[in-house]
Design a protein around this ligand. Sequence first.
Ligand code: ATP
Ligand code: MG
Ligand code: MG
Ligand code: MG
Length: 353
Amino acid sequence: MKKIVLIYGGRSAEREVSVWSAFSVLKAMDYTQVEVQTVFISKEGDWVKGTLFTAPPKNEGELHLSYAISKEDDAPDYTGVIISPSEIYEKGAIAFPVLHGPMGEDGTIQGFFETIKMAYVGSGVLASANGMDKIMTKHLLQVAGIPQVPFVPVLRNEWKTSPKTIFDLCEGTLVYPLFVKPANMGSSVGISKVENRQELQKAFELAFEYDSRVIVEQGIDAREIEIGLLGNEEVKTTLPGEIVKEAAFYDYNEKYIDNKIQMAIPAEVESEIVVKAREYAKRAFQILDGSGLSRADFFLTKNGELFLNELNTMPGFTQFSMYPLLWENMGLSYSDLIKELITLGEKRFEVRQ
Ligand code: ATP
Ligand code: MG
Ligand code: MG
Ligand code: MG
């Protein structure tokens, strides 16, 4: 039996999404080949050793989902044992960090796996850090010649010492509406769309609550299409899917609480655009040094202009999420996708030893 250590929860603002993703993954594992040790990372950063699954969970309670999602002290029935992180190590075991956002998707935990010499699913330190940081991503995409919307990076210290300079820079370079985002975050947490200077001020205050680095982007009116990537040095891409929009943009509640997102897979897009998007996605994955999986998010304007928005190295991974559905459309089932990701993680580990 192969041992998978499924790590979920985490300290970031995206921890709930991680719990949902982990539950889907746990249900879809092939228990004739693997057993799954679950490890939950609490909001405080404690590592809690959970159940060892040798069969799929029958219900959400088995993963202590309510515990994981609620404020932790609301769930006194949880009986996990707090461990030291390095106790997850077992020879031949592979870690599957189903974690989104900072301290999970940003290279920190990947560095820990490297240090204890443990194989793991997904991108390494460099790609995780590059992909999580929207400013770094944009700099690298610029080098790779991949089109993107104009942007202004802002550091907290610059903003504190001379806000007027920052306002003038943003308004001189970009035209309202603007999008203000913490550099290191996902699931739309801390993001605002702003129409004037007053709103821009508020948006900075919010974004700087999450990160000391903020990016201001040109807002555009565009369709949103996404491409799935799977592979290491050799990487495959999916046909695009589309996020069909009703709202101006999907915030966290719309994405996850109200389930308002509608997807069209495959997206109805001209074939030249499809070719271009797949090519840009691949080039971005390579320049960021991606491995395992990623989801590339694009904007497509009415005039057929294509801009790469970002590369998510650990995209939402529930059975109803875009990334697995993109692969399902290519003929790869959710369970087989998980198997392939584990194999890719093991291969990457072998190459690096
Ligand atoms: P996730 O990782 O969940 O995809 P995120 O927090 O990394 O989200 P983005 O994908 O950059 O954030 O932005 C969230 C959403 O906001 C986009 O899907 C899009 O709807 C809207 N949006 C972001 N930037 C722009 C922009 N420059 N112009 C127009 N809409 C934008
Ligand atoms: Mg993102
Ligand atoms: Mg994300
Ligand atoms: Mg996105």
